[in-house]
Design a protein around this ligand. Structure first.
Ligand SMILES: Cc1ncc(COP(=O)(O)O)c(C=O)c1O
Length: 190
């Protein structure tokens, strides 16, 4: 039987270079990067090398890169930290990955956030007028928008969303899991 893999947005087979780099790190540089001895310092060097590579791709300072286990942890971190100290309105949409919508629902249950769900246009992009109305609310604390939908591939107008949130002085979280490393202009706009 021939098996056909059609879920490339969920994950792809790793490149040979990736497999080689990971194998070499596990075989040769396995120290705990928090340890101060030579083994630890070598492992720490590997981590910092990876952080610098991500920063080059994102065109940001390596000190601003927080490495996580993946998108779910990163979305949890961004959303939960935004409402850790003070409650407010989280503006997002039902288009988001469950790692955003479920955290939004949990924050609402916990009384930390009121969630304002933005309307979606028939073609799958956000209704920017509705987004602007939501951002005008005095309690608006964070807008969470995905760059590219994992199921439909619809690309959101992140540069416009950024302009809008900047004008409204509301922080923006972009889940760029499906865009990072694939779409240059999304990284630039966000
Ligand atoms: C848009 C988007 N956000 C978040 C995630 C979750 O990422 P991870 O599987 O790395 O936790 C995915 C996974 O496919 C995704 O497509």
């Amino acid at each position: 039987m021939v098996r056909v893999y059609l879920d490339w947005n969920a994950t792809t087979p790793p490149l040979r270079d990736v497999i080689d780099a990971m194998s070499a790190a596990a075989r040769d540089d396995w120290g705990n990067p928090a340890s101060t001895h030579t083994f630890g310092r070598i492992a720490r060097g590997r981590v910092e090398q990876a952080r610098a590579a991500v920063a080059r791709l994102a065109r940001c300072d390596a000190r601003d890169v927080v490495l996580t286990s993946g998108g779910t942890e990163a979305n949890n971190l961004a959303l939960r930290s935004a409402f850790a100290r003070q409650a407010g309105t989280l503006i997002t949409s039902r288009l988001e990955h469950p790692s955003v919508t479920r955290v939004a629902e949990a924050l609402e249950r916990e009384g930390r956030a009121h969630v304002r769900w933005i309307r979606v246009r028939p073609e799958g992009t956000l209704d920017l007028e509705d987004l602007a109305r939501a951002c005008a609310g005095s309690d608006a604390r964070l807008v969470a928008v995905q760059a590219v939908n994992s199921e439909t591939g619809v690309v959101q107008p992140i540069a416009e969303v950024l302009a809008l949130t900047t004008r409204a002085r509301v922080r923006l979280h972009v889940d760029a899991v499906q865009a990072f490393g694939r779409m240059d202009d999304v990284a630039e706009g966000a």
